[in-house]
Design a protein around this ligand. Structure first.
Ligand code: UD1
Length: 432
C-alpha cells in the first residue's frame, strides 16, 4: 500500500438480525475459467452473469496482455481473441491471482506454446502445479522452467489416458481445455467434479468441443479440429450463497439466496441442518433461518466436491463458535487454511488448532474488535463474525474480500446489516 493511500476497511456494527432475499452473483471460480477458455478460438465470445470482482478484472488484464480486446459492462463480457499473439503470463499478474495459470491449457492447445510465471507460495500454503504439468507432458508437451517461468511447448498435443494423483480443480480444467483440440480421445481419470467444471464443460461444448462425463470423475474428451466463439451464462456462486446463508444463521435471521440450486451445496446444507439451522429449498433458491441459542456442535471435514467445500470452512467455523458443544473441523484440501483463527479468537471464539484440525469450543458470545483479513474466504468469515458480534468490528485489509465478492456490503445492507466501507479514519469503531 503506497504511503498516503487509503486502505479500505469495513466497519460492522453487529447484533442486527439479517433478513431478506439476495440474488447471488455469477461464480468467480467459473467465470475465470470461461474467460481463459475463450482463448481456444479466434473471434468474439460472450459471457453473461460475470461478477464484477477484482479477480475477474485481473483475468481481463491477463487476456488483454495476451492481445485480446475485452469489454465488460453490467455483467456481460465480450472477449475478442482475434488479435491474440502473445503466449506469456507475466509474474505480476500470476502473483496477483493464481488462477492466471488457467491460460496454460488453452494457449498450448491453440498456439503450441505457453509461458507462465510460476505462482510460488500463497497465503493458503504452497500450491503446486505438478499435476497440471504432468498431464500436459503426458499429452506430449515439453515442459521447461527458467527465470521463474514454466514453459510448455507442443506442436500438436496428443490424446492419452491421464490419471490425476488428486482431483485438482485447476489441473482438471487446464487439461480439459488442452484436450479439446488434441488429436484423439483423452481420458481424464480421478478428475475434479465441481459444478464450475460442469459449467466449463457446457461452455466448451457450445464452442464445439466433444466431452462426455461432465460432473463425474472420468471425463472423455474427443478432440476436434477447431473451436468457435460461443455465448454462455455463468452459473451462480455457491460459495457466495453459502456465505450469506451463514450470515443469516449466525444473526438469528432469515435469509434467502436466489439464483442457485440446492444440489450444489448438498453436504453444506446437511451440516447447517445438523447444527439446528432451518433450511428450506427449491430448485432456484435456498432459505436459512434459526435461533442461535438452539444451535449445537457438528464436525466438518473439507474434501473435493461433493465433499464439504474448503471455501466455506472459515465461515462454518463462525457458526460453530456460537453453537453449543465442541466441534472439530478438519481441513484436507489446503495446507494453511487456519490463518484467520487468531483473528476469530480476537472476536471471542475459542479455537485450538493442531495440524489440519481445529477444535472449536462453542457457545461463545462474540464481541467486536479490530481484525485483519489474511485471505478472501477468511475475510468473509470475519465479516460474518462481526455481524454476529456485540458492538463494532473493524475489518482491515478488505481488499481480499473484493477479489471474490461483488457488492458485498451493499448486499449485506439490503438484508439489514449495519456495515460501511471507509478509508483510514481514526476512531471509526470508537475506542477500539
Ligand atoms: C480452486 C478454487 C479455490 C478452491 C479450490 C478447491 C479457483 C480459481 N479456485 O483452486 O477457490 O478452494 O479449487 O476447491 O477455482 N495441488 C497439487 N498439485 C497440483 C494442483 C493442486 O498438489 O498440480 C494441491 C494444491 O496445493 C491444494 C489442492 O491440491 O492443496 C487443491 O488444489 P486445486 O483443487 O487445484 O485448487 P485450485 O484449482 O487452485
Amino acid at each position: 500500500m503506497a504511503v498516503g493511500s487509503v486502505e479500505p476497511r469495513l466497519i460492522i456494527r453487529g447484533g442486527r438480525r439479517l433478513s431478506g432475499t439476495i440474488a447471488v452473483s455469477g461464480a468467480k471460480n467459473s467465470a475465470l475459467k470461461l474467460m481463459a477458455a475463450s482463448l481456444l478460438t479466434s473471434g468474439v465470445g460472450v459471457l453473461h452473469n460475470v461478477p464484477d470482482i477484482q479477480d475477474v478484472r485481473t483475468m481481463q488484464e491477463v487476456l488483454e496482455y495476451l492481445g485480446a480486446a475485452v469489454t465488460f459492462e453490467e455483467g456481460t463480457m465480450q472477449v475478442d481473441t482475434t488479435e491474440v499473439q502473445s503466449h506469456v503470463a507475466p509474474y505480476d499478474l500470476v502473483q496477483r491471482m493464481r488462477a492466471s495459470i488457467q491460460i496454460m491449457g488453452p494457449l498450448v492447445a491453440r498456439f503450441g506454446r505457453a509461458r507462465v510465471a510460476m505462482p510460488g507460495g500463497c497465503n493458503l500454503g504452497p500450491r503446486k502445479i505438478d499435476i497440471h504439468l504432468r498431464g500436459l507432458a503426458e499429452m506430449g508437451g515439453v515442459v521447461r522452467s527458467d527465470h521463474g517461468f514454466v514453459e510448455v511447448t507442443a506442436e500438436k498435443l496428443r490424446a492419452t489416458n491421464i490419471f490425476l494423483d488428486y482431483p485438482s480443480v485447476g489441473a482438471t480444467e487446464n487439461l480439459l481445455m488442452a484436450a479439446v483440440l488434441a488429436e484423439g480421445t483423452t481420458v481424464l481419470e480421478n478428475a475434479a467434479r465441481e459444478p464450475e467444471i460442469v459449467d466449463l464443460c457446457k461452455f466448451l461444448v457450445s464452442m464445439g468441443a466433444d466431452i462426455e462425463g461432465a460432473g463425474s470423475s472420468t471425463l472423455r474428451v474427443n478432440g476436434v479440429e477447431e473451436m468457435r466463439p460461443a455465448e454462455h451464462t455463468v452459473l451462480g456462486d455457491r460459495i457466495e450463497a453459502g456465505t450469506f446463508l451463514i450470515a443469516g444463521a449466525v444473526t438469528g435471521g432469515d435469509v434467502e439466496v436466489i439464483g442457485i440450486g440446492p444440489h450444489v451445496l448438498e453436504l453444506f446444507l446437511f451440516k447447517l441442518r445438523s447444527v439446528g439451522v432451518q433450511v428450506q429449498e427449491n430448485s432456484r433458491s435456498i432459505r436459512a433461518s434459526g435461533d442461535p441459542s438452539s444451535y449445537t456442535a457438528a464436525d466438518v471435514a473439507t474434501l473435493p466436491y461433493p465433499g464439504f467445500p474448503t471455501d466455506l470452512q472459515a465461515q462454518m467455523m463462525v457458526l460453530l463458535s456460537i453453537a453449543k458443544g465442541v466441534s472439530v473441523v478438519t481441513e484436507n484440501v489446503f495446507e494453511s487454511r487456519f490463518g484467520f483463527v487468531d483473528e476469530l479468537i480476537r472476536l471471542g471464539a475459542e479455537i485450538r488448532v493442531d495440524g489440519n484440525h481445529a477444535v472449536i469450543t462453542g457457545d461463545r458470545s462474540l464481541t467486536g474488535a479490530i481484525v485483519r483479513c489474511p485471505d478472501l474466504r477468511a475475510a468473509a468469515a470475519l465479516a460474518t463474525a462481526g455481524l454476529a458480534a456485540e458492538g463494532c468490528t473493524e475489518l482491515r485489509e478488505v481488499q481480499h474480500l473484493d477479489r471474490g465478492y461483488e457488492r458485498f456490503e451493499e448486499k449485506l445492507q439490503s438484508l439489514g446489516a449495519e456495515v460501511e466501507r471507509t478509508g483510514v479514519r481514526p476512531g471509526t469503531c470508537g475506542s477500539l
